[in-house]
Design a protein around this ligand. Structure first.
Ligand code: SAM
Length: 200
């Protein structure tokens, strides 16, 4: 299980095409969320960590969001993304370990969670919550999806329960929304919680 904390584990998955999590499209609930945002937020600083092939980043870019940062520690999907979006600012393509991002260097208005939480070692979940809170500006938001099923696996995706997530997140966040997503991708229907959390 420790190897999920190593970039090489994920890089190999991309190189061998063993990327079963990849939906090949922007996550429908996140697309719906993005689509209802007002024009006035399009300059806000947004982070998509563990972005992989980064369909959400591509969609935000296409919709005119100008300050979106992609972070992943596997270089392969970032290289691919740069080819697909040659006009995307390269300084916002960050190949780095999310847990090592400096909160002095990076501060965001909101962060999008999409199949990243379930990819990290469950023993690091509190560290994840703390790092998310540290990277957000005051009253910044963490928005996205979490699996609400405990898969009982020793490899990703690592699921969990709403009760566990409430306990972990409420130390650093006000929970605005944590409800079963009604518009998940068909393959994930009924298995995801849509979350909207505001840093305390
Ligand atoms: C299950 S994949 C999901 C990718 C993408 N969000 C999606 O839904 O298609 C998890 C991603 O998180 C990245 N990742 C895992 N741990 C990371 C870390 N500590 N720092 C940065 N990226 C990480 C992996 O390289 C991988 O691209």
């Amino acid at each position: 299980m420790e190897n999920v904390s190593q970039a090489e584990f994920w890089q190999q998955r991309y190189k061998t095409g063993s990327i079963q999590w990849d939906m090949g499209q922007v996550s429908p609930p996140l697309k719906a969320y993005i689509d209802q945002l007002p024009e006035s937020v399009k300059q806000q600083a947004i982070l998509v960590p563990g972005a992989g092939n980064a369909y959400e980043v591509g969609y935000l870019h296409e919709q005119g969001f100008t300050n979106v940062t992609l972070v992943d520690f596997a270089p392969a999907p970032i290289t691919d993304f740069a080819k697909r979006y040659p006009d995307f600012p390269s300084k916002h393509l960050v190949c780095a370990d999310f847990f090592k991002l400096s909160a002095e260097q990076y501060q965001f208005d909101w962060i999008l969670e999409q199949t990243f939480f379930c990819a990290i070692n469950p023993s690091r979940r509190d560290e994840y919550v703390q790092q998310m809170a540290a990277l957000l500006k005051p009253r910044g938001k963490l928005v996205g999806l979490l699996f609400k099923v405990d898969f009982g696996r020793q490899e990703p995706p690592f699921g969990g329960t709403k009760e566990e997530y409430q306990q972990r997140f409420e130390k650093h966040f006000d929970i605005e929304t944590m409800e079963t997503s009604y518009n998940s991708h068909p393959a994930r229907q009924g298995s995801e919680l849509f979350i909207k959390l505001q840093v305390k």
